[in-house]
Each structure stands twice: as structure tokens, then as C-alpha cells.
Design a protein around this ligand. Structure first.
Ligand code: OAD
Length: 233
């Protein structure tokens, strides 16, 4: 680690699995009983807004019943103690990194606790339900708030910041992601091309496993605290 100053960490659903948040690509291919394309696309929202709103309302309510696990806490410790640049890019829409205490976090696929007003284009912090068509606190329009989640076919958030961090990274670490969804799945190839070291920690080899210098296979709650201890010692 002596040559490492800038770290970029990509996290996915696997880091929250031990907290009780469902991953996307379970053995039955369903996400909490739904096909992803029935709830996570703009077309699904246009076709059946009530279903999509109810689905995300349930995910948002579930956040109140789950807690950060050892992996989130270890990354928060690394964030607090790492003297160089560090960015946690998460594909997750939960708030478990923040609740563990991490500060340098960027949600590239949006957040459950944010609503996007289709009338005024504002984003507002949101803890309640959306299915009942509440009013936007910024513009007053009712029934035009949608989950502030990046759906399939939409552009992930803050890609300029992510690209800049990837360009400067000395070490790229991927945790709990299947490597099935781009652009996040391609980050490892970008940083590798630019000369960074790469490490993945996942329950199974990800789809891009061959691009990593090192793969550690196991549960994030075991692997991540051990890795953070190594990095900081
Ligand atoms: P996936 O469900 O595709 O992958 C989760 C990965 O975590 C799998 O490879 C599991 O083996 C692994 N895993 C499960 N439990 C684990 C544990 N305890 N410790 C470590 N690894 C574990 O989820 P993502 O890769 O995050 O996008 O999915 C990427 C994107 O696809 C999501 O952000 C979402 C989805 O469609 C949008 O909604 C836009």
C-alpha cells in the first residue's frame, strides 16, 4: 500500500445483503418477487405508476428496519482515517454507507430517500410514501414526484466526478457487485488501462473477475473489515 494514495471503491447490492437488503440477481432471477423490467424502467413507470411507486415505497420503508453491517462500518472507518483521496461510488439506493458514518459517498443510481419532481425538476429529501401523490415542497404540484432512482435506460448520476476519480485512482476496489450493469461494470477496465491496481471482494467471482489483480471470495462482512485493517496498519 506504500504507493497508494487515491482509492476508488465501487459497492453493489452484495455489501448490503448481510443487513437484510435483497440483491437484484437472486437465484430465482426476481427482485423481491418482481421482474426488474416491471419496476425499474421508465416504461414500467409510464405503464403502471402505482405498482412502481408502491414497490419503491416498500423499499424505502424497509430502510427503517435494517442497519449498516460490518462492511459498511469498515468502509466508514477507512473514509475517516485514510489520509489520501477516497471515493465510495455506490450503485445502492439505500443509505447504509451514510448511516455507518461514511462521508465521501456518491450514489450513481440515485437514492430511495430522495424524490424527483417531474414538474419543477427539483430533487427533495423524501422519507414518506409517493404512491399517494403528495405535493412537491418546492413547486407545490401534486402527483408528479417519482423515485429519484436511475432506471434501466437512464443515465447514471455524477459520471463526470466518477470519471475524474477513476482517472486519478491508484487502487480500485469492487465490493458486492455482480458486474452485470454498465457503466459501473466497466470501471475496472478503465482503471486497469490507466495503471491502477484492482481488487474485488464478492461472494462469487463477478462477471468481470478476470480484470482484477486480486479476487477475494467470501462475505463482505468478513472480507471488508479484514482488508481495511490491512490497509490502515
Ligand atoms: P447484483 O444483485 O447484480 O449482484 C450482487 C452481488 O453481490 C452478487 O455477485 C452476489 O454474489 C454478491 N453478494 C451477495 N451477498 C454477498 C455478501 N454477503 N458479501 C459479498 N457479496 C455478496 O447487484 P448489483 O451488482 O449491485 O441498478 O446490481 C447492479 C445494478 O443492477 C443495481 O444498482 C441496480 C440493478 O439493476 C439499478 O437499479 C439502475
Amino acid at each position: 500500500m506504500r504507493d497508494i494514495r487515491n482509492i476508488v471503491i465501487l459497492t453493489g447490492a452484495g455489501i448490503s445483503a448481510e443487513s437484510g437488503v435483497a440483491t437484484f440477481r437472486g437465484p430465482d432471477g426476481l427482485w423481491e418477487g418482481h421482474r426488474v423490467e416491471d419496476v425499474a424502467t421508465p416504461e414500467a413507470f409510464a405503464r403502471d405508476p402505482a405498482l412502481v411507486q408502491a414497490f419503491y415505497d416498500a423499499r424505502r420503508a424497509k430502510l427503517g428496519t435494517v442497519e449498516p453491517n460490518a462492511a459498511h462500518k469498515a468502509l466508514a472507518r477507512l473514509d475517516a482515517e485514510w489520509p489520501g483521496e477516497l471515493l465510495i461510488v455506490t450503485q445502492n439506493v439505500d443509505d447504509l454507507h451514510e448511516r455507518a458514518g461514511a462521508r465521501r459517498v456518491l450514489h450513481m443510481h440515485g437514492e430511495l430517500k430522495s424524490a424527483w419532481c417531474l414538474a419543477c425538476d427539483g430533487r427533495i429529501a423524501w422519507e414518506q410514501t409517493l404512491a399517494d401523490g403528495p405535493s412537491c415542497v418546492a413547486c407545490g404540484e401534486s402527483g408528479l414526484l417519482r423515485p429519484d432512482i436511475v432506471w434501466f435506460g437512464e443515465m447514471p448520476y455524477r459520471m463526470d466526478e466518477i470519471d475524474a476519480a477513476l482517472r486519478e485512482a491508484d487502487l480500485f476496489v469492487s465490493i458486492g457487485t455482480s458486474g452485470a450493469v454498465y457503466p459501473a461494470a466497466g470501471f475496472v477496465q478503465t482503471v486497469r488501462y490507466l495503471g491502477a491496481r484492482t481488487l474485488e471482494m464478492n461472494l462469487e467471482p463477478s462477471q468481470g473477475s478476470l480484470f482484477f489483480d486480486e479476487s477475494r471470495i467470501g462475505r463482505a462482512g468478513d472480507l471488508v473489515p479484514a482488508w481495511v485493517e490491512e490497509v490502515l496498519s
